[in-house]
Design a protein around this ligand. Structure first.
Ligand code: ZN
Length: 465
């Protein structure tokens, strides 16, 4: 079922003008000025909230290493860069994930994940710190949300303005096609962002008592590995493209850095490499394996995901109603409605995002002020039919009671966003006196019988306040 589109045209001109200003400021020569965060529609708090929500996804998909020695080591390096480098202001944390690829990635707002493959590949702690300093710079310069802001000038302001504090951000972003996939606008950095992260990273290294040239050496090594066809660095370069002459630009910049003393090496690295070896082979695909970089590609409509709702339920509360939903599904709040769906059940269909699996809820007020359930249900179904061509009534409305109120259940079918599928849409309309509360339960027809029992228990759990 197609989600309603929002209009926001008056915003365009204003944002375009701030764009031009940014473009003019972007060129500079000589010892470069330290970069600053650019244009952004997100607040810093929203960066942080988003990162924390994505971190939960990451930790379901990757095997987080619990070895205390390794985790402490990465945190020592990370915190040293943050504190001595003057990057405070975000709740940074550093975790190791068991992955062979030579990579590390940071989410907006601070969570950072270092692959065991990176620890294996470096020849000094400074090289490892160099990659972390580069990643930290992306966080502090807010590159992910800067890029997302620039690409979603029209839809983002309305979405962010309507966002309720305390959760569901990832689900709403998914509706705009923003996710953690390897091609995500949040994680695939522009060449300009790369240069800026290199520059701030070098300064950070130097302030933290590392040799900034170690960072240049690491990128040189990564470049050489990529040039030699080493597939272990593919993930890193798909997120962090070489801005051109990267190593040379770094070496040049190092000459302009204030001369600072370099701390003697801690001598811990060899022990850490042994600790990585003791973990055994890294998981490949599937459970805890990640497989795809950073949480897999964003959902597209060309394949149907295998949706398995968690049996544990969470409570939705809002708009004077509460009900239970599977805890691995996410809430996206609209203006007078909400979508509760598994992240991979919201896909980019023709003309916007479409819910392939999920529940849409909302309320509508009849013009007369008093609900006539049959009449208003008919009105609502007409409105749905307008946004969903090919929608068919499968069964006449039947009466039931939901949350102590009179209700009608109507079974419809419509084209699914997945290929060669139609979907079942069961619309429940509930008489709340002066408003009709509605819930639409959506699943492809071939999957309906698997989802139906859960949808029934959701309906049974509805309570009005
Ligand atoms: Zn980068």
């Amino acid at each position: 079922m197609t989600a309603l589109q929002r209009k926001g045209t008056p915003m365009i001109r204003r944002f375009l003008s701030s764009f031009l200003v940014l473009a003019l400021l972007a060129t500079a020569a000589g010892p470069k000025k330290l970069p600053k965060p650019g244009f952004n529609l997100f607040s810093v708090e929203q960066d942080i909230q988003m990162g924390q929500e994505y971190a939960k996804q990451v930790e379901q998909q990757f095997k987080v290493v619990t070895n205390k020695e390794l985790t402490d080591y990465i945190n020592r390096i990370g915190q040293r860069l943050v504190q001595r480098g003057g990057l405070e202001g975000y709740p940074f944390f550093f975790k190791v994930v068991h992955q062979d690829s030579i990579n590390a990635f940071a989410l907006p707002g601070g969570p950072m994940y270092v692959h065991t493959g990176l620890i294996t590949a470096v020849d000094s702690e400074g090289e490892l710190a160099g990659v972390l300093a580069h990643e930290l710079s992306h966080v502090v310069l807010r590159h992910g949300t800067n890029q997302a802001s620039k690409q979603n000038l029209i839809q983002l302001p309305a979405m962010l303005a309507g966002m309720m504090a305390g959760g569901g951000m990832v689900g709403q972003l998914a509706q705009l096609g923003i996710g953690l996939g390897s091609n995500s606008v949040l994680m695939k950095f522009s060449r300009g962002a790369e240069s800026d992260a290199d520059l701030l990273g070098l300064h950070t290294m130097s302030k933290a008592g590392y040799d900034p040239l170690d960072m240049a050496r690491m990128f040189e090594k990564l470049d050489a590995a990529a040039g030699g066809g080493n597939s272990k660095v593919q993930e890193f370069f798909s997120s962090h493209p070489n801005p051109g002459n990267r190593v040379k630009a770094m070496e040049q910049e190092v000459q302009y850095l204030p001369k600072r003393s370099i701390d003697p090496p801690s001598g811990d690295l060899q022990r850490m490499k042994k600790a990585v070896q003791s973990l055994g082979p890294a998981p490949k695909q599937g459970q805890g394996g990640g497989g795809q970089a950073q949480g897999g590609p964003p959902p597209t409509a060309d394949r149907m995901p295998d949706i398995r709702p968690a049996s544990r339920m969470k409570q939705f509360r809002g708009g004077g109603v509460s009900f239970d939903y599977p805890e691995n599904w996410q809430v996206a709040n609209g203006q007078n409605s909400a979508t509760i769906a598994p992240p991979e059940g919201v896909v980019q269909g023709q003309g916007g995002s479409a819910v392939g699996f999920g529940i849409m809820v909302g309320a509508a007020q009849p013009k007369s002020g008093q609900v006539d359930l049959r009449r208003d249900t008919e009105q609502l179904l007409k409105a749905f039919a307008q946004g969903n061509t090919g929608m068919k009534l499968e069964a006449q409305p039947s009466e039931l009671t939901v949350g102590g109120s009179r209700a009608l259940a109507t079974r419809l079918s419509s084209p699914s966003p997945y290929p060669n599928e139609r979907e079942t849409d069961v619309v429940i309309t509930i008489d709340r006196g002066n408003a009709v509360y509605y819930m639409v339960f959506i699943a492809p027809q071939s999957q309906w019988s698997r989802l139906e029992p859960m949808y029934q228990s959701v309906t049974k759990s509805v309570r009005f306040q």
